[in-house]
Design a protein around this ligand. Structure first.
Ligand SMILES: Nc1ncnc2c1ncn2[C@@H]1O[C@H](COP(=O)(O)OP(=O)(O)OP(=O)(O)O)[C@@H](O)[C@H]1O
Length: 617
């Protein structure tokens, strides 16, 4: 009889209790082959087997074990192959179905899908909130309370009446419980001295962005305000802060070391300076009318804070700042945001685009309580709108005209001028209107060359660009604003958002790659309801896509499109489908997958990761 020493019985050959960390009942300890063989031989010897028959028996048992192991492995292999076949078949089936569906799609539809994917990846950014709020998961659901109410007769109007008024002024709104538009400053409960002052400046009726934006901000609501260049956005976001600061001070006057009540962030020093000067004017007018003299601080790089030390001797109401200097001051604890409840970002898309996003988040982390947040710009790509909307509390979107559309008060002329003929033609072009004229170039060296050439030709010209010192920049702005100089030659970034008096003519010497920059540049003329001319030079060096963006923009604004521009064909048009604007920059001539702005942002991000932050200031 052959004793049964086949596999199952292996378990019965118990070695000494092995040391194991596994307490499960079905644990089978590992016994080395040699040891196992020896144990079996001993067992058989104990049962009276001779050495040779014990060896034969053990050999037979081991062969059988090996066969069984092989069979088990074979079964596992077959099972695995079966599963793989099924998965492969399923994948092939899915692939086939997708190919069939894709076959039915036009190239345009496929491009659209690709664009949506890129957009989804971009939108999936961290929301704009302080690290503390993000870490603690703080989510505000209610807007800040405000004591301001629209007058009763306006509250009693129907939604349909509000909608009619908005329609009349081409105002598009979005959001919950939107405050009503108000067509007269005097119905907005603005104090009399302010009304009087505005009137003295020729500001009698609110512009559309003010008509809807002021009631929205007065009501304490977070807001995204989009309106074309020169449409009075500064008043729309600064006046509410002046009113809030006055109200806070009336409740409990701010002492030395306290404040500010609100902060306005700007992407450039010049813009901050301009807003600061407006606020000084308005707070001065209020003080002259018997209200408290509000204390405002300009917080920008390149100026000495010592000059403003008097501001720190009293409570501080308003801060107008560029991000870098503001962070510096907050970190040095020159003031804090304990009682700060209002924050506005001017040129908000720029603020986020220029690589300031982390700075903005950093600034937000200094807030101790909920704030009212407002974002304003002339151009607001969908990406930023989406991003901003999730960062605000019950935001109201106020949009006057398409975001990124050009101001219709500007006559846009596009001329084909060969590269080598530009300088000479520039002189001729300057004759089109009387001064003041602004000339834009994308390149700092070119700005200097143009200024030098004009000076040689006897034209009173100043120049401004990022490599000029703060004093040089201020001198240029002052002498141009005062009328002492006729022409200003400027690079794009240095002059964005600046409000110069009655510019007659904007000449764009080199067409910017991003159509938004073009919109901002031509927007230096045609401001506060006046008309202006913009002449743009293009030539073979201008990328075709930029020309397409320009062509669509001119068409949208009802402007004359010159034949050479008309002949630039849109490759998307042949593929069918409606032509939508690029969701990143708003340009109408391309899609997100070839957006110059997105490329630029990515380039900048990579540069800043390498520690080479070109977005600094
Ligand atoms: N309601 C109004 N009526 C007449 N003029 C106004 C009114 N509101 C503002 N202005 C004037 O219009 C000019 C442009 O205003 P502002 O600089 O605020 O424009 P903006 O919308 O901020 O432009 P940008 O986008 O270029 O910065 C200023 O000189 C301002 O005094």
């Amino acid at each position: 009889m052959t004793p049964d020493v086949s596999t199952p019985k292996r378990r019965r050959i118990e070695p000494e209790e092995p040391l194991t960390l596994d307490n499960s009942d079905d644990y089978v300890p590992y016994i080395p082959v040699a040891q196992r063989r020896q144990q079996r031989l001993e067992q058989l010897a104990n049962r009276g087997y001779s050495r040779s028959s014990a060896l034969n028996t053990v050999n037979d048992a081991e062969e059988q074990e090996a066969r069984e192991d092989e069979e088990r492995e074979e079964e596992l292999r077959r099972e695995k192959a079966r599963k793989e076949r099924t998965l492969l078949e399923e994948a092939q089936e899915v692939h086939k179905r997708k190919a069939e569906e894709d076959g039915k799609k036009t190239t345009w539809e496929k491009d659209q899908e690709a664009d949506e994917k890129i957009l989804a990846a971009i939108v999936n950014q961290r929301k704009l909130a302080s690290d503390l709020e993000l870490a603690k998961g703080i989510l505000y659901t209610e807007s800040l309370r405000s004591s301001w109410r629209p007058p009763r007769f306006i509250r009693e109007r129907s939604e349909a009446q509000h909608a009619r008024l908005r329609e009349k002024y081409h105002i598009i709104v979005d959001g919950e419980e939107i405050p009503p538009p108000i067509a007269r400053f005097s119905d907005m409960k603005i104090p009399a001295p302010m009304l009087k002052h505005l009137k003295s400046k020729g500001i009698v009726d609110p512009t559309p962005i003010q008509l809807q934006g002021l009631p929205t901000a007065f009501a304490g609501r977070d807001m995204i305000g989009i309106a074309f260049t020169g449409s009075g956005k500064t008043l729309a976001f600064s006046l509410p802060l002046v009113m809030i600061a006055l109200e806070e001070d009336a409740k409990l006057p701010l002492e030395k070391g306290e404040g500010p009540v609100g902060v306005i962030l700007c992407p450039s020093r010049e813009l901050a300076n301009q807003t600061y000067e407006n606020i000084l004017e308005w707070t001065g007018a209020m003080a002259a009318g018997g209200y408290t003299q509000l204390n405002t601080l300009l917080c920008i790089g390149g100026i000495s804070m010592a000059e403003q030390s008097h501001v720190f001797n009293k409570g501080l109401h308003i801060v107008v700042a560029t991000p870098g200097r503001l962070i510096d001051m907050l970190e040095k604890k020159r003031f804090n945001f304990e009682s700060c409840k209002y924050m506005c970002m001017d040129e908000a898309d720029r603020m986020i685009d220029l690589g300031f996003e982390d700075d903005v988040r950093n600034i937000m982390s200094f807030f101790k309580h909920q704030r009212q947040t407002l974002l304003f710009s002339a151009t607001m790509p969908r990406k930023i709108q989406d991003f901003a909307q999730q960062s605000l509390v019950r935001p109201v979107l106020v949009n006057v005209g398409r975001a990124g559309a050009a101001n219709l008060d500007v006559l846009q002329v596009v001329e084909y001028v060969k590269q080598e003929a530009k300088m000479v033609y520039l002189l001729e072009c300057l004759q089109k209107t009387p001064p003041p004229v602004i000339i834009f170039s994308e390149n700092k060296n070119e700005v200097d060359d143009i200024q030098e050439y004009l000076l040689l030709k006897g034209v009173e010209a100043v120049a401004i660009h990022g490599s000029k010192t703060q004093d040089e920049r201020q001198y240029a702005i002052k002498s141009f604003k005062s009328g002492a100089k006729d022409v200003m030659v400027a690079s794009s970034v240095a002059s964005k958002g600046l409000d110069f008096n009655e510019i007659q003519h904007v000449i764009i010497f080199s067409m910017p790659k991003e159509i938004e920059d073009y919109v901002h540049q031509i927007g230096r003329t045609g401001r506060s309801g006046k008309t202006g001319i913009a002449t743009t030079f293009v030539n073979m060096n201008t990328p075709e896509q930029t020309l397409l963006d320009l062509k669509y923009l001119l068409m949208e604004a009802g402007q004359k499109v010159p034949p050479f521009l008309m002949s630039v064909e849109d490759p998307r048009a042949a593929q069918g489908g409606a032509l939508k604007g690029c969701p990143v920059c708003g340009g109408l001539g391309h899609t997100i997958s070839n957006c110059p702005k997105l490329e630029d942002t990515q380039r900048r991000t990579m540069a800043s990761h390498r520690g080479n932050d070109e977005g600094g200031y």
